[in-house]
Design a protein around this ligand. Sequence first.
Ligand code: SF4
Ligand code: F3S
Length: 106
Amino acid sequence: AFIVTENCIRCKYTDCVEVCPVDCFYEGPNFLVINPDECIDCALCEPECPAEAIFSEDEVPENQKEFIELNADLAEVWPNISEKKDAMEDAEKWDGVDGKLEYLEQ
Ligand code: SF4
Ligand code: F3S
């Protein structure tokens, strides 16, 4: 599966959801996740993310590994999102900031 990692937090550009052929993105207050059981590994979403937050599971950076489980867990509780919406206010300001995991709202 593909995994959404930390740099999505507080940006949530949502370009990714538009290209997903199986609509497997789920939306929280300031982050999106991919349901790993539904993702068909088409890789279309990866280049669409302006924040470069999406990785193939086997290419997730070492310091982002906890997001593999986070995607699986949060996809169970958050609602589906299949249409692009406006990015979060201040998305550009937060893009690339380190340590955003502490701001994750569930
Ligand atoms: Fe959807 Fe394809 Fe991305 Fe998986 S890799 S989340 S199926 S767009
Ligand atoms: Fe997040 Fe990138 Fe999608 S910032 S909402 S993974 S386009």
